[in-house]
Ligand binder design. Structure first.
Ligand code: PHE
Length: 345
């Protein structure tokens, strides 16, 4: 028996598995050593003691060698594991990417905050609309030339087309005026942000998909002075405390009188610059007193109730507030643009 070479073999094992196999071979029940130990009883008594001591010494030697190797392998395994799973705590961390609100969302939230502060309730309406709400009820009948202003995207009705009830993607948020009045009794005060669609070629100032916000207030003694007060307050809250507003006569079939509303340029204070196209004024909204025909169409008595409505473009507000040059960027979802103009809530 060459104990020395066995011990060397033990020391040479590379893995815990190899070591376990070798242990079975050298110390297991079927090993030579175990058999010799079992055979001790068959030896004559005078040899038994010396041979027993020799075999047990050898067993302890081997066990000691196995234990030592086992410990060494375990440490080695730990070392390689540590090496493999090494973490460099001195590396700079990966920054968390913070999400942002799209500038349209941020602007809608801001204008909604301003109007809710004046007692308006924010509501939303359908993007696919009946001709009736988009035009008819707003005092724009079938052959009215005002329809030409709204290049419409007509859609087919999934439930079957009815020539009497055409459907379209709403061209403005004004249909919500009628939807709200049909459902509620005065007083009404709502602000309606939402997506609108027009069949138009896109350029730096036009998009076929865009957002508007509609305001509507109906009560029994509202006047144009209330409209002016509300919009004046809105302009100052959005663009700063020194702003002036300008009302000019304008025509929309669903208001009378109608106005276009501009704010004096907050970049040049009305002197004239690029932002305001050298006019000193920035056009913000269409507005006016709700037309009696509209009130009648929704079942309101125009002798008893009257009110005002206004509507404007959300992207335009956002452009003005943040200096965005090209309107088309709002729909392009370029992540670099979004992280430049998006707003962390
Ligand atoms: N809906 C009109 C437009 O898109 C704007 C408007 C709204 C005008 C409310 C007057 C009153 O052109």
């Amino acid at each position: 028996m060459f104990v020395g070479s066995d011990v060397e073999e033990i020391a040479a094992t590379k893995t815990v598995e190899q070591l376990r196999e070798l242990r079975t071979k050298l110390l297991g029940k079927k090993s030579r050593l175990s058999q010799d130990l079992a055979g001790l009883t068959k030896l004559p008594p005078d040899q038994r003691r010396a041979e027993g001591e020799r075999l047990n010494r050898r067993k302890r030697e081997l066990e000691a060698a196995f234990d030592e190797r086992e410990r060494a392998l375990a440490v080695g395994q730990l070392d390689t594991a540590l090496e493999r799973e090494r973490v460099d705590v001195t590396l700079p961390g990966r920054p968390l990417r913070v999400g942002r609100h799209h500038p349209i969302t941020a602007t809608i939230r801001e204008l909604t905050r301003v109007f809710t502060g004046m007692g308006f309730e924010a509501v939303e309406g359908p993007e696919v609309e009946w001709d009736y709400y988009n035009f008819e009820v707003l005092n724009i009948p079938r052959d009215h030339p005002a329809r030409e202003k709204y290049a419409s995207l007509w859609v087919s009705n999934p439930l079957g087309d009815d020539p009497q009830r055409p459907m379209l993607l709403r061209t403005h948020t004004s249909p919500m005026q009628a939807r709200i009045m049909e459902r509620r009794k005065p007083p009404v005060r709502v602000i309606v942000p939402g997506r609108c669609f027009r069949y138009e070629a896109t350029d730096p100032t036009h998009e076929s998909i865009f957002f508007q916000f509609e305001g509507l207030a109906i009560d029994d003694r509202l006047t144009m002075a209330d409209l002016k007060g509300v919009l004046y307050s809105f302009a100052r809250q959005m663009f700063g405390g020194d702003r002036k507003i300008r009302f000019r006569n304008d025509y929309f079939p669903f208001v009378e009188p109608g106005a276009d509303v501009a704010v004096d340029c907050f970049v040049c204070d009305g002197k004239g610059c690029r932002t305001c196209g050298h006019s000193g004024w920035i056009e913000l909204l269409g507005a006016g007193m709700v037309h009696p025909n509209v009130l009648r169409a929704v079942g309101y008595d125009p002798d008893r109730y009257q009110g005002f409505a206004f509507g404007g473009g959300v992207e335009r507000l956002s452009q003005l507030r943040q200096g965005v040059p090209d309107l088309r960027a709002f729909q392009q979802n370029d992540v670099r643009w979004l992280s430049a103009f998006g707003q962390v809530s």
